[in-house]
Design a protein around this ligand. Structure first.
Ligand SMILES: [Zn+2]
Length: 379
């Protein structure tokens, strides 16, 4: 085999990143019925097959196919490709845990591959059902449209409990090679500002905080109602539903804000040819102890883990290096003279060095320390 080819192939595996796009579908009621029936039948077939694979201890797709393929097609009227996907689904579930016989919900999501679906432009997808193909309108966000071209073929059709339809598409996004960097943008993730860079750019938590508060109050009120209903011995079904909607809205809001912040930071790094330095994850949770109680609640209310993940993968895609640094004491060490003292931090947002008199916004001082550590580690 050609060695250069192999190397290139290895490299591309290393450089690719797998993501899942969640695209909402809008079938009319007729098509929704066909999709629902297909999902139901597929899961019935999987539930029929699962005990057979389990009893015979079969984890081999080909072996199962030999035994049950025609049965699956005859009994459940699945297309050839759907029967194969059904067998794979059962085998994969069984392999995950060989102690239990797999079972599938009647409305569990089902896999689609490229023989069963095709995109018709960016706003419609054709899906095979038991009654032939249907063409379903779909809506993609801008971000999804950007990545859509990398769709690989594997997808899942999902019917959510609230009746909404989604098509989850795996994409394989090529990463760029990280450009060699000599400098870093230090980024501090915090409470007053969700993110602060060492040059003082802040991504404020103010509006974010008021909206978080709004959702928090809404949830609390609903929870109270639910408890009251429970007390009189009824089931708070509709309140529970509302609670789920509120939680989902809140997490969508959070995700969107995290997308925007991470995009800004990564673009900035890319434009200036710098890498990004962040505190190691452990440090974020640990450093929560430096906040007083109400702030600690705020802190856990924000998904810093998600923000970090977004920064990391967007950076990867843009070829920007991300360097995690040691988190200890970045908030109480002076970025000018290096003096480390708890008293340097008289309040949540002010840094004032007891030794050299340097004053700064506390988050910016921390971001500068983070950058300095990255430069140290790099050297
Ligand atoms: Zn100082």
């Amino acid at each position: 085999m050609n060695l250069r080819l192999t190397k290139a192939a290895e490299l591309s595996v290393f450089l690719n990143m797998k993501l899942t796009l969640q695209i909402q579908l809008f079938p009319d009621s007729g098509d929704a019925g066909k999709l629902r029936e297909t999902i139901k039948r597929f899961n019935e077939a999987a539930n029929w097959l699962a005990p057979k694979a389990f009893e015979r201890k079969l984890t081999n797709k080909i072996a199962l196919q030999k035994l049950y393929y025609y049965d699956l097609r005859d009994r459940f009227d699945l297309s050839a490709q759907m029967a194969c996907l059904c067998i794979s689904k059962v085998v994969e579930a069984y392999k995950r845990d060989k102690e239990v016989q797999p079972s599938f919900r009647q409305q569990a999501s089902i896999p689609y591959d490229q023989r069963l679906y095709s995109f018709k432009g960016i706003d419609r997808v054709s899906l095979l059902t038991l009654e032939g193909r249907v063409i379903i309108p779909m809506i993609m966000g801008k971000y999804q449209q950007e990545l859509f071209g990398y769709a690989k073929g594997q997808a899942d059709l999902v019917l959510r409990k609230d009746g909404k339809w989604f098509f989850l598409v795996s994409v394989d996004v090529p990463n760029r090679m990280p450009t060699p960097t000599t400098d870093f943008i230090g980024v501090d993730l915090g409470v007053v500002n969700l993110a602060t860079t060492d040059d003082g750019q802040t991504f404020s938590g103010d509006s974010v905080e008021s909206i978080r508060q709004k959702y928090h109050n809404l949830r609390k009120a609903l929870q109270k109602k639910a408890d009251a209903v429970k007390k009189v011995g009824k089931r708070p079904k509709s309140i529970k539903r509302k609670l789920r909607v509120v939680s989902r809205k809140e997490s969508n809001y959070r995700r969107n804000a995290n997308h925007i912040i991470s995009k800004c930071i990564v673009e900035k790094a890319k434009d200036t040819g710098k890498g990004i330095a962040l505190e190691k994850l452990k440090g974020i949770r640990k450093s929560q102890t430096r906040f007083r109680k109400p702030q600690r609640a705020k802190m856990s209310g924000w998904s810093f883990h998600q923000l970090r993940t977004f920064i990391e993968y967007k950076a990867k895609r843009a070829g920007v290096k991300v360097l995690p640094v040691k988190p200890a004491y970045t908030s109480r060490t002076c970025a000018e003279c290096g003096h480390c003292n708890k008293a340097n931090r008289p309040s949540q947002d002010i840094f004032y060095c007891k030794q050299c008199g340097h004053t700064d916004h506390a988050d910016r001082n921390a971001a500068r320390n983070i950058r300095a550590r990255a430069l140290c580690q790099q050297a």
